[in-house]
Design a protein around this ligand. Sequence first.
Ligand code: FAD
Length: 439
Amino acid sequence: MRSAERPAVAVIGGGLTGLVAADRLLAAGLPVTVYEKYPEAGGLVGTFEVGGERLECFYHHIFTSDVDYMSLAEELGLAREIEWLSPEMGFFSGGRLYRFGTPASLLSFSPLGLAGRLQFVLSTLKLRGISDWNALEGETAAGWFRAHGYAKAYDTVWAPLLLQKYGRRAEEVSLVWLWGKIALRSRSRNRSSLRESLGYLRGSFGRVVDALVARLRERGGEFVPARPVRLVRRAEEGFDVETASGSRRFPRVLSTVAIPELLRLAPDLPGETRALWSGIAYGHALCPVLELDRPLSRFYWTNVGESDMPFGGVIEHTNYIPKERYGGRHVVYVSDYVLPDDPKWRMRDEDLWALYTPGLERFSPEFRKASILSKRIFRAEYAQPIVTPHYSRLLPGIRTPLEGLYSAAMAQIYPEDRGQNYAVRMGRTAAETIMADLT
Ligand SMILES: Cc1cc2nc3c(=O)[nH]c(=O)nc-3n(C[C@H](O)[C@H](O)[C@H](O)COP(=O)(O)OP(=O)(O)OC[C@H]3O[C@@H](n4cnc5c(N)ncnc54)[C@H](O)[C@@H]3O)c2cc1C
């Protein structure tokens, strides 16, 4: 392409999807400007510091099936720094902590009873054996389990988890979503122990983000932090992208923000599209993080299977990655998803801690004894798309109906669920789509 034929691309969002797309576009010789709302790049893979070491604001690991992420890490010279470990998983039910996630642990998981254990195994095998997810599109997870005689397995294991994650919309969640989780996780199992192998990048996944920003700048791209895009208006031969520092015209625009945000930014999208995409809903994430002077449990990831607990999971990062890296501090994340209209979303930190603290005391007696060295709560809007039956009918394509405006949002990952691997894959696909339209 001669320089006169290289239309500039504005990328909205400096998370992984936007950075990967920008990287590919720059490699192909297109001028790229990435606008990011916050002062730092990374979006949901943003980091903070604990004991002098960087750590994700939201718990992160990768699976052995995350081949797109691994290929990016390889490209950036970071693949060898990914450690593969098999930490222990837990399940909190009936006021007790159980080991969970391996065939052996299932035998001692009494909340399911004998019939429930059998149902759990059979339903898992059945879902794993299904390769064509299209056949599952019309079903909800709840409906499928109940209709196939797996109600005990569903009510004990999946229902509380879905309720914690999706609140009153739990029963609407598509079977495809759960199938994706079960099929994907089974591919990440270590053959000898049947435990999952989980990957973590030494020094945090933020290093991949840094490497992408550095390469973007080396290639002459522009990364503009702390500059939220306010509006994208259709103009002659392109779009006017408006920010606090004025308006700039770009022949092509790639949005990587959540669909509700894109609908707000781009009023020229046709009414029909707006009506359809308004059906795409998300949950927000609250993520309290504690630094403690002792462990809470021996598990890395514990699902909380009690719907009256104020959170759905406890992720004890230092039962996965050694605490010595974090100055000897024990790091515990708490996972809590809320629907956008949940009053919890607008609560102040101290009011949220007043809800979480009794839950943590119930979770582990060690919490009462532990000294809290530090605590904070991270929040992420539009953190979990809600996948309902026949989601493919809602699913936006990368090309929007406005020629030259593209979208690569987390809610466009399907049938898999969000994840860094799919952010990489979608960022690459978006770049290829833009380039294909230019030839
Ligand atoms: C609690 C939690 C746990 C997770 N755990 C894992 C895990 O274990 N493993 C894993 O692989 N993945 C995990 N993920 C998912 C993973 O973080 C995401 O899939 C991935 O980071 C998404 O990248 P993205 O670029 O698509 O979106 P985002 O990271 O959301 O990036 C979008 C960017 O757009 C910016 N933006 C928004 N509006 C504007 C605007 N108007 N103008 C300019 N910029 C704007 C945002 O600030 C953000 O930086 C987790 C996510 C959450 C929330």
